[in-house]
Design a protein around this ligand. Structure first.
Ligand SMILES: Nc1ncnc2c1ncn2[C@@H]1O[C@H](COP(=O)(O)OP(=O)(O)O)[C@@H](O)[C@H]1O
Ligand code: SF4
Ligand SMILES: [Mg+2]
Length: 408
């Protein structure tokens, strides 16, 4: 690891550059609109044949906790297969979770039934990755965007068209084009239609699942700017899902990094881009193409992640990242590292948390887990009983630099 350097200056991480769309700042005291607590989604794996016995579980989301504050954005980042879309689909309650709580506006909706969910469908909306497949090709833009108004009977029929036209204007489309079909629009315009549809019922939370991944790079910044404008104007909160750290940098004041069903690091923008302490976050950061570096000819070695994300049916024991981690040791196979708060708005799940190339030699977690450096039970130690991961941040944390307890 020592000869691997990455440039962690956030100014060096290129992202769609919004102009005049000021990036928001994460505030620890902001009121959460959404609180996800120990969320789990296990999909059963069935054997072929008549009886279709359950022979395993896909642990797609396995104990995830976070908050999204009102009118702000949390970025959820990780490679394909890490459980991001499943998390989004749980929050919008397209899936019912196996366990855990989803508190929206203070009310737990994790196990809510159809009638309880109906009003919620107005308040939480989803924007999908693929503007080509998420719009019905046989419907006009007017009926696509207006459908939620008709279904939820929020406006009389004669008021629907003016509202649709207003929405088209908000997302930067010509309001006179309400009678056209999706195929008459470009990819970026189609995503704008998807955004207009999501806005129709004035939601409080938008789950945007890789909303710009299918678009040309030149169009991505425009769509992100539009989402930023929408947030500024309507105060809507976002869970913004992306597979790389460049896209969410400007838009999200807080970022959660997910690996194989778990959050491995979460923090405010500064903590993630300037002070990442998890090897997986560091690898994701190093994979971001660096424009400034190319311009200066500086050589920054990329940390290459070996292989693919392992199967969530039989995830590795202990730390799920250990099969690809460049600094894994014995303890990593024996114990799952708890997600520990190491800063005012910064948590990391690693036995050896540290800046790139500065990981401690001895595991940090032995005292908490009551084990020795290899992860074997230490008869003299008393494991901590307070390692349950809560959403949000506590007023005290482990200050790794000063080897003390930090306080807000
Ligand atoms: N409906 C499903 N049934 C079974 N497995 C699923 C289902 N949806 C997703 N998975 C599995 O769960 C894991 C996480 O998937 P997903 O949430 O789509 O990840 P991401 O969005 O991060 O790429 C993957 O291994 C995927 O194959
Ligand atoms: S706990 Fe071990 S395997 Fe997991 S990220 Fe940390 S060092 Fe790597
Ligand atoms: Mg996905």
């Amino acid at each position: 690891m020592t000869n691997e350097t990455i440039n962690q200056d956030p100014e060096d991480v290129p992202a769609p550059q919004p102009s005049g769309h000021g990036a928001a700042v994460a505030r620890a005291d902001a009121k959460p609109i959404l609180e996800v607590d120990q969320l789990r989604m296990y999909f059963p794996v069935k054997a072929p044949g008549v009886f279709r016995r359950t022979v395993g579980q896909v642990q797609a989301v396995d104990g995830v906790s976070f908050q999204v504050a009102e009118a702000t954005s949390l970025g959820l980042v990780g490679e394909s297969g890490c459980g991001k879309s499943t998390t989004g689909r749980l929050i919008t309650r397209l899936y019912k979770p196996t366990a855990g709580a989803i508190r929206f506006g203070g009310k737990d909706i994790a196990q809510a039934g159809a009638s309880e969910l109906k009003p919620l469908r107005r308040e939480i909306q989803m924007i999908f990755q693929d503007p080509y497949t998420s719009l019905n090709p046989r419907q006009t833009v007017g009926s696509i965007v207006g459908a939620p108004l008709a279904i939820h009977k929020v406006l009389p029929k004669n008021k629907i068209l003016p509202r649709v036209q207003e929405l088209l204007e908000i997302v930067g489309l010509n309001p006179e084009h309400y009678n056209r079909y999706p195929h008459e629009f470009s990819g970026g315009q189609r995503q704008r239609i998807g955004i207009a549809r999501a806005l129709t019922l004035q939601p409080k939370l938008l789950v945007a699942d890789e909303p710009v991944s299918a678009l040309d790079v030149s169009i991505q910044a425009q769509v992100i700017n539009l989402l930023q404008d929408i947030q500024n104007e309507f105060g809507v909160a976002f869970l913004f899902i992306a597979h790389d750290l460049a896209i969410v940098r400007h838009f999200c004041p807080e970022i959660a990094v997910m690996y194989l069903g778990k959050i491995v690091e979460i923090g405010d923008r500064e903590s993630i881009y300037n002070n990442a302490h998890h090897p997986y976050t560091q690898a994701l950061l190093s994979a971001v193409p660096d424009v400034k570096q190319a311009a200066t000819g500086g050589r920054i070695e990329r940390i290459r992640l070996q292989g693919d994300v392992p199967s969530p049916i039989e995830p590795p024991s202990g730390c799920r990242f250990r099969t690809r981690c460049p600094i894994a040791q014995e303890i990593c196979a024996r114990h799952e590292p708890p997600l520990l708060q190491i800063g005012r708005q910064h948590k990391v799940a690693c036995h050896f948390p540290g800046r790139l190339g500065e990981a401690p030699r001895e595991p940090f977690t032995t005292g908490l887990l009551g084990v020795d450096a290899e992860g074997r039970p230490d008869p003299g130690a008393s494991p901590s009983t307070v390692l349950v991961e809560q959403p949000g941040y506590a007023d005290t944390w482990f200050d790794l630099d000063n080897k003390s307890i930090g306080r807000a």
